[in-house]
Design a protein around this ligand. Sequence first.
Ligand SMILES: [Mn+2]
Length: 302
Amino acid sequence: MVAPNICRFIGSRPTIEGCDIVLVGVPYDGTSSFRSGSRFGPREIRAYSDEGMEDFSFFCNRGLDEISFFDIGDLPLMVGNPGLMVREVKKSALELMVGNPEVTTEESHKTAYELTLTNRRLLSIGGEHLITYPLFLAMKDIYPDFTVIQLDAHADLRERYAGDHLSHSSVMKLCLQEGLKKLVQYGVRSGTREEYKLRQQDHRIIPAASIAEMESSLKEGEIVYLSVDLDFFDPACMPGTGTPEAGGYFFNEYLDILRMLKGKKVHFIGADVVELAPDIDSTKASTVFAAKVIRETLLHMH
Ligand SMILES: [Mn+2]
């Protein structure tokens, strides 16, 4: 199912046994509209995690050696055909989380919280933002109810883009259509008038204007899937992304968000970090930045 990969993210255990978090690359950028290349994100992040970063975090006084995660490599995806990608990523995600997709029906009597204790959690590395859609579908097959927190410069609520409804700029619209009941958005600063209106009118969407607003929208112990589109960050620190947007956020603000989520004792069922297009930033600073976002996310998921 997963291609062999010699280079693993720094701190990865050598095997999956006993690991409750799996890091997986989803190298798909078939619908990128402006600047593509995010399919090279996972591979470059792995390489630079080793060369440009320590496995210890000064921010939380913890190291990746203290948590049990395994980097399983990249899913073998073809460029093109987004429908096929959606089917394959969903199937692979289910297999990685529960071992066997059939198990989910037997376990349906368990509460969502009980399920978070027995299933593996995925931290997926994009690829473009459309990959969140099949990951959401896989989570939804397992967990009856959960909240998606989206950190993103764009609302990603378009009906369709370039004639196709399967697009990175429609990903949250697709999740809402498939039953997402609570979407907390933070960082959104660009979109269409229709998207702006939808954010005001759709009661399922919480357009947070500050970390404090995000915090007050969450219950203690809420079950959360976190989706980080790297264009959430300012182009000053993340130029290597398909659609950079001025007026973005910085690394310390991301740490504040992770700390806030920890303070709220949220249960992460999974997360993704998407839209690094490494070749756009020839300094590779964006790649090292993305690797640090992943390290801190791993440390806070545990
Ligand atoms: Mn996005």
